[in-house]
Design a protein. Structure first.
Length: 618
């Protein structure tokens, strides 16, 4: 069976010739401008009735640089460029994907329910700030208990410092990170370590600097508005080619780069009123190609809609995505522990809403949102738990604060540990944000290195307005200042700090339990949730088909509470407590509980703590 192949851009054919193809209905004529520094060639291209300009076969070689030249002399990079060695405004480079030698032939991927995700930004994850630097930390992540890394966007963006959401060359891994071969080396090395790699991709908009797509054709539409610029044209005139451009990009990442999944940024800003939504089509095509390749590939959405249709099966009218980020879980835990109520945190804060997130997936599931002043979301309790990715920190929730504070700098040491327990003992797919596992205290700030002064000023002003909505004042870090970027790097000397080392040991132990206790994997056990009616405690009872039973208990209040927890009969052994001495605790919980008959157990929980018990075999 023949698999997918990229038709656009510069393609190295089997016999070694190079074919060039670009959809550019806005251009009557295009020429291929090859080479630089006085050794240029100009080759006229052939325009078809569908607006595709092609050179079906040339004797050019990989490694050469090229532009597409318009009649008026404009020189533009290839919309399907595989490599932009001189940045967003520079020429594209011919790349032969066959030049890389993979060593992961036996790799088949990791099921969704078994994922433990680790979100990282390539530029700040290590001092090197590139794909090679990330490779050096893979063994550390494996030892921690991570089995999948999620890369923030790496598509070519302006300058050398950026979160990646201003990417404009969707097919070109950023040159300063190591380009296409650097990303392939990272994926190949991750697979050798048993780690999956998921890539954050942005299909709702493109960045403002170096965005030349609109000059080639109607890639964008003014029928809809996004917070970041023109919406992508997924349902207007000539949108078939635009949809193909995006779906080909998704297939490109999983075939040429062997990626294990895509995280789709802000799908609520993808506007499509076609009979078949672009997300449904994309998921169908990706899963079909993954099946052909014999691999598990995940399509994960970020959405502000709380719409379970995204992850419901296509058989039942859903879009068939594998999972979606659940911001409600984060907001509920964050508001409960920090006491923050500004902005969207005004919808959260009560301990009972953490219980609701643990039981019902969404907190706002058709209920009224005071922040939005309307009802929001839809019920999702019927959707399998492995369709939801949860977290207590991520790039947005940290980096979109005025000072980029991480949770560990906002709450007490004990509350930080309690958050870790709630996250890693929850019935969903957990995700950590880089450095969280060792109590990172360096901020994660918003940074750019745009080359246009007006754009830099607009970014600064936009950040000020955004922070004003949360009441965050004072001097704001300058996104364009290189020091803002440097301050956001992970501090890998954390082992010198006893308290941060303790946080690491707790994360390591909790992740080990997730591996050893199958009932903790989403969907492997029936989960019953109870709480203390705002007393501060929450319990989770896991009952697996094989008879395994677990009870997790949490106190999210700053005072001790007596939890009255539903308990089945038997002898129960303490597996982990955040108050254990090895985790910097000072209080003790019963290491064993005898419970001869079903009923309830009164368990005194220290302030901001979490514990897990397992029923022993008879």
């Amino acid at each position: 069976m023949t698999g997918w192949r990229l038709k656009r851009g510069a393609t190295v054919l089997e016999r070694g010739a190079i074919r060039f193809s670009v959809w550019a209905p806005s251009a009557e004529r295009l020429s291929l401008h090859v080479g630089t520094d006085g050794a240029e060639q100009v080759l006229p291209m052939y325009r078809g009735e569908d607006g595709v300009h092609e050179l079906p076969e040339t004797d050019l070689q990989p490694g050469l640089d090229y532009f597409y030249r318009f009649d008026d002399g404009r020189m533009r990079p290839d919309p399907a460029s595989r490599h932009q060695p001189r940045g967003v405004h520079g020429p594209s480079r011919i790349v032969d994907p066959r030049d890389f030698r993979w060593s992961d032939a036996d790799w088949t991927g990791i099921p969704t329910a078994e994922l433990v995700l680790y979100e990282l930004h390539v530029g700040t994850f290590t001092e090197r700030g590139d794909f090679g630097g990330a490779i050096e930390r893979l063994s550390y992540l494996k030892e921690l208990g991570i089995n999948a890394i999620e890369l923030m966007p790496v598509a070519e963006f302006p300058g050398h410092r950026n979160w990646g959401y201003d990417g404009v060359h969707l097919y070109a891994p950023h040159h300063s990170y190591g380009g296409p071969n650097g990303l392939k080396q990272l994926v190949d090395a991750a697979h050798r370590e048993g780690l999956a790699v998921i890539l954050d991709v942005v299909y709702n908009h493109l960045g403002p600097e170096g965005n030349y797509l609109g000059e080639f054709g109607p890639y964008f539409t003014d029928r809809y508005q996004t917070p970041w610029g023109p919406a992508v044209n997924f349902d207007g005139a000539d949108s078939d080619a635009v949809r193909c451009y995006v779906i080909d990009n998704a297939l490109y990442w999983i075939t040429e780069f062997h990626l294990d999944g895509l995280r789709l940024d802000a799908v609520h800003a993808i506007f499509d009123f076609s009979a078949r939504h672009i997300l449904e089509e994309l998921a169908h095509r990706v899963h079909g190609e993954a099946s052909r390749l014999g691999r598990t590939v995940h399509v994960i959405a970020e959405s502000d809609l709380n719409d379970p249709r995204l992850v419901r099966s296509q058989v039942y009218g859903g879009y068939g995505l594998d999972a979606q980020w659940n911001d409600d879980f984060h907001h509920a835990v964050h508001a409960a522990l920090t006491g923050e109520r500004a902005g969207y945190y005004g919808d959260f804060g009560q301990i009972g809403l953490v219980t609701k997130a643990l039981a019902d997936r969404f907190v706002l599931d058709g209920t009224y949102s005071p922040y939005r002043r309307r009802r929001h979301g839809a019920p999702a309790r019927d959707v399998p738990a492995d369709r939801f990715v949860v977290f207590v920190q991520n790039h947005d929730q940290v980096g979109n604060r005025a000072a980029g504070e991480r949770l560990g700098t906002l709450v007490s040491f004990e509350a930080q540990k309690a958050a870790a327990a709630v996250l890693l003992l929850s019935p969903y797919v957990p995700m950590l944000f880089m450095g969280e596992e060792h109590g990172e205290t360096s901020p994660f700030l918003y940074f750019v290195s745009h080359g246009e002064r007006e754009l830099v000023d607009a970014v600064r002003e936009g950040r000020r307005r955004e922070f004003a909505a949360f009441g965050w004042g004072g001097e704001l870090p300058d996104p364009q200042d290189e020091d803002t970027f440097r301050r956001s790097r992970i501090d890998w000397h954390w082992r010198d700090d006893p308290r941060r080392s303790v946080v690491y040991e707790l994360y390591h132990a909790l992740l080990q339990l997730r591996r050893e206790e199958p009932a903790l994997q989403p969907g492997r056990a029936r989960v019953e949730v109870a709480d203390g009616c705002e007393a501060g405690w929450i319990s989770l009872a896991y009952s697996a088909a094989d008879g395994a039973a677990l009870v997790a208990a949490f106190n999210l209040a700053p005072l001790p509470v007596v939890a009255v927890i539903p308990w089945s009969e038997g002898r129960w052994r303490l597996l982990i407590s955040t108050e254990d001495e090895r985790f910097g605790g000072s209080a003790s919980l019963p290491t064993a509980l005898e419970h001869p008959t079903p009923g309830t157990v009164r368990l005194t929980l220290p302030p901001h703590s979490g514990a897990l018990y397992r029923r022993e075999a008879c």
